[in-house]
Write a protein that binds this ligand. Sequence first.
Ligand code: ATP
Ligand code: IP8
Length: 264
Amino acid sequence: MKPLVIVKLGGSVVTRKNEPFTPNTPVIEQVSKEVSELLRDYSLILVHGGGSYGHVVASEYRIAEGYLQPSQLIGLSRVKLRMNELTQLILASLASHSVPAVPVTPVSCLTCSSGRIESFFTEPLRMMLSLGLVPLIPGDIAMDSSEKRFTIVSGDQLSSFLAVRLGAVKLVYGTDVDGVFTGDPRLDPNASLIPRLRRSMLSGLTATLRAGDVTGGIYRKIEEGLYAAEKGVKVMIGNLTRPDALSLMITDESSIECTILEAG
Ligand code: ATP
Ligand code: IP8
């Protein structure tokens, strides 16, 4: 089988994060085109985040906090409605570029405990990959065996879990900035890119969390990524809103600015 690469298309890539329920269509199209070319040499799993679709509704109903009151149940349904819309848009774009993607809905094949994946039936994913299909997996609601009873499982957690479980050679986290900076590059013009980031460097980092982000933003992404890096997966965080960035991060990483997460 071709080497497996997992790509997390961040919500900041596939949506316009400051405009509720708005896709970033040109970027989705560009990524779909690059994916169709990458499939000649790689097996791919695409995971996508919530951006201005999932986080808005999950935050309104406090889904990530777990079960608090019955009125949240319709919120679970509404998060799914919005995330399905976004998945559908990405799926349609991929299909228009002849990418044989198949949506896989995490709430139906995994459970969490206190917000962390505890069991995941990954056999369908293995079978899809061996056929040359491209699983397309959203961050999702999930059932939780702790007293929370339900939670949100982020695309970041799904990506690192699957990278380790399925033996990916590389995990690419795509956002709308060039990698991890010393501070939020949107707010701090003096923030500089960190080309290689280890766990021991985390205390020197300043990061901001967008209002309404229910899954922990860039800090949590780094934590999830380090888990996979420490298990031997090459993990990179970079800007997938730039044309050709996805192709370069996968085929020629030294030619593009990004952050590589390192074990140790
Ligand atoms: P989603 O959770 O919707 O999938 P995402 O995975 O695309 O979103 P975010 O969690 O929003 O990404 O993280 C990327 C954002 O983090 C950037 O838009 C950036 O403004 C912000 N950020 C805050 N602090 C930093 C930092 N120190 N380095 C890099 N980005 C940072
Ligand atoms: O955007 C969260 O996934 P993420 C998905 O990868 C939902 O953190 C449903 C909010």
